[in-house]
Design a protein around this ligand. Structure first.
Ligand SMILES: Nc1ncnc2c1ncn2[C@@H]1O[C@H](COP(=O)(O)OP(=O)(O)O)[C@@H](O)[C@H]1O
Ligand SMILES: CC(=O)OP(=O)(O)O
Ligand SMILES: [Mg+2]
Length: 431
């Protein structure tokens, strides 16, 4: 029987997996996701062969690894999916890894690349550790299957030097790799391709401001099909606030928060060295600190349950507007569209309307009916702009980071060969 490709996306609050056929082009066999890992009970979404299923899970899945094991078992034990019954049916596992340092391309996992990636774990404390734990699990429990890692940061290698450089001592900056990397690049790559196709424009002539806003939130300015700026930085902490992240703050705040903040966190292990300050800003801030919930669906409501919920909403709107204004100027006002994506961007009509109403001076306008309805299940891109087509479009894109494995997006030079015969050496994987 032909083998399959498994794609894994470990986000900060969710794990999503998709099995694809190893064909050209690949077809989806099954999509399964667990969300709400940081706000139990977790929810399972499962979709295969036209069957759709959603359930609240009784099992306590508090880590990405537990969620991944659960999802894998669920797919392998589905009697209707004979083509993915065990690890023997899988040719490759494609992992989304958030921080890839200077890697421009995907890499195949071996002892050397795994060692290199381990060195980057501290730079994405909510992500790389979990993703690499899944990589390690696959290595030990599915040893015959080759693992390929794709990086969120690769898409942003085109950011100009003046934008990616922090104004600090450059010897120290270069020695320690201290620069803006940017993340959510696998998603931005998928969105760029999908939106360019939708607008009937060549990718290399497409100019967009894209928001990927979920538990982690970022925004990206894309000029002529290339990332020219993005709100996240050295780590995914910079820029917009998120479910548990503060986003950008005055760096000096760390020294005034508490004199304990510089110490290593009690949660630090020999695997992960994160300071109390990093723990507070990454895991104990954002919506959780302001309102007690990490679920933005409880915040983005017409009548917020408390002043704190309203404040959280207003803060998010304020920070996003700041970036839209800045990126509009950086793109010289030459904009094909503003795109909403990610869990919040795709689902919150209220946030989209509030933001677009405040961007009228940029020529943006929203169609309330289309906005309230949102995209249909099979609709990757939906136009929610008001008006005849003049001015930048306002779009929703249902992003798909697992599509890294489908070969449809150009995260790197990697091409999974036709008919399932991938030649890793020739196709640009570093081994
Ligand atoms: N209807 C909704 N309105 C507003 N926010 C929502 C809604 N549904 C889900 N969300 C938000 O989307 C987040 C998940 O986004 P997602 O991009 O899937 O997660 P991750 O960052 O883990 O990849 C949830 O934590 C929740 O805050
Ligand atoms: C980079 C990042 O924050 O990812 P996620 O939104 O999946 O947590
Ligand atoms: Mg995500």
């Amino acid at each position: 029987m032909p083998k399959s490709i498994l794609a894994v996306n470990a986000g900060s609050s969710s794990v999503k997996i998709t099995f694809y056929t190893f064909d050209n082009p690949p077809r989806t066999i099954v999509d399964a996701a667990i969300s709400g890992i940081t706000a139990p009970p977790s929810t399972l979404k499962y979709q295969a062969r036209g069957r759709k299923h959603k359930e609240e899970l009784k099992e306590k899945l508090s880590t990405a690894q537990d969620a991944f094991k659960y999802l894998l078992q669920r797919c392998f034990s589905d009697p209707e999916l004979s083509e993915v019954a065990s690890a023997d049916d899988v040719e490759y596992i494609c992992h989304r890894v958030v921080h890839g340092g200077d890697y421009c391309d995907a890499v195949e996992i071996n002892d050397e690349t795994l060692g290199h990636l381990k060195g980057l774990e501290d730079l994405a404390p909510l992500h790389n550790f979990s993703a690499l734990e899944i990589v390690r699990l696959c290595k030990s429990e599915l040893p015959k299957v080759r693992s390929i890692t794709f990086f969120d940061s690769s898409f942003h290698q085109t950011i100009p030097e003046a934008v990616r450089t922090y104004p600090i001592n450059q010897e120290i900056a270069k020695a320690n790799g201290l620069r803006k990397y940017g993340f959510h690049g696998i998603s931005y790559s998928f969105i760029l391709r999908s939106v360019a196709q939708y607008l009937n424009k060549p990718v290399e002539k497409t100019n967009l401001i894209v928001m990927h806003i979920g538990s982690g939130a970022s925004i990206c300015a894309i000029k002529d099909g290339k990332s020219v700026d993005t709100s996240m930085g050295l780590t995914p902490l910079a820029g917009l606030p998120g479910a548990t992240r503060s986003g950008s703050i005055d760096p000096s705040l760390v020294f005034h928060y508490t004199n304990e903040a510089g110490k290593l966190s009690p949660a630090s292990t020999s695997e992960m060295h994160i300071s109390t300050a990093e723990d507070i800003l990454n895991k104990q801030s954002g919506w959780k600190a302001l309102t007690g919930t990490t679920d933005f669906a409880q915040i983005a409501v017409p009548n917020p349950p408390s002043e704190a919920h309203k404040l959280a909403f207003d803060i998010f709107v304020d920070r996003i507007l700041g970036y839209i204004g800045s990126y509009y100027v950086k793109l010289n006002g030459e904009l094909d569209g503003v795109v909403f994506a990610g869990g919040i961007g795709e689902k919150s009509a209220l946030l989209r309307r509030t933001l677009v109403d405040k961007c009228q001076c940029l020529g943006l306008a929203i169609d309330d009916v289309a906005n309230d309805k949102g995209p249909g299940d099979e609709e990757t891109v939906k136009d929610i702009s008001k008006g005849s087509g003049k001015g930048p479009r306002v779009l929703i894109c249902q992003t798909n980071e697992q599509a890294i494995a489908s070969g449809e997006i150009e995260v790197s030079t990697v091409v999974l060969g036709p008919g399932g015969s991938a030649d890793l050496q020739a196709s640009g994987f570093r081994q």
